[in-house]
Write a protein that binds this ligand. Sequence first.
Ligand code: NAP
Length: 306
Amino acid sequence: MFDMIIIGAGTAGLTAAIYGLRAGLSVVVLEEFIYGGQIANTPDVENYPGIEKISGADFGITLYEQAKKYGALIKFEGVKNIKLTGQVKEVSTNKTTYQGKTVIIANGAKRRKLGCKGEEEFSGRGVSYCATCDGAFYKGKEVVIVGGGNTAVEDALFLANNCQKVHVVHRRDSFRASQVLVDSLKARENIIIHYDSVVEEISGTKSVERAIIKNLKDNTATELTISGVFVAVGLEPDNSIYQSEILLDKNGYIQAGENCKTNVEGVYAAGDTRTKTLRQLVTAAADGAVAAFEAGNYINQMQIQA
Ligand code: NAP
């Protein structure tokens, strides 16, 4: 039995692993896809204290290697089932069942879909949810990016380095993203901002060739001849597997406060997966540390009681 089962090898999960291992606890980290989480898809990180600038991919690799240095056991297995309410927690993957004294859920959140006509059909054929992964395919081309948050603006700036023209389509007339990023966006000559607008339809033959955008204020439609549509309209939780035992909020995030405790003793939620106001790298790392600390305290209390 492990002291700590951590679900997710993103910033919150790997930070929890580092803190748990440094406290002398036995830890297994379960990751369905690739380590690093959301940050691995971010072009540049410039707001993590103490690091002036690093690519998201390099940040993820460094964190992974740091956790490995402390002896983290990281299994690339997707979680399929959970039994968390007893003293011995069970987490089953596609390969096996792990038992733990505590569980830290740090499974992050997934990219939200746009829901417009053509999005599903052209997904992977010009519709992308990751500019850093796919941006290089659009060198010299014209693309659309949808969204008004930090991800959309950072991705637009990243794409503008390589693409001939980048159309930012945002449904309101002001951005949610940090002002410093918005200022950079407005200063770029090959970025065109379409305020109060949404993508109505994506079309093409083999791959994306056109997007119809609609202005919500005057209801006019414009057809853009483009090669790609990048969707950056936020995140949504992926917690359906936990809802039978763990309380979720109305948006599907795990109900847990700043101490990361869920409604089930010995089970913690860290990072983007929990109810919180600020989803950032620094808050994900902080959650990982807090959750591991609380899990360690819980194990100590159980040992005193035994
Ligand atoms: P976000 O901050 O939630 O922004 C999502 C954007 O998409 C918003 O502008 C929203 O419009 C728009 N949107 C949502 N649903 C839409 C729809 N159906 N159609 C059209 N537009 C839609 O998401 P995010 O940018 O992915 O960021 C997620 C979290 O990570 C945030 O907390 C963000 O601050 C953080 N993050 C931070 C950094 C950084 O600090 N450098 C970088 C990346 C991400 P409205 O504005 O009208 O709601």
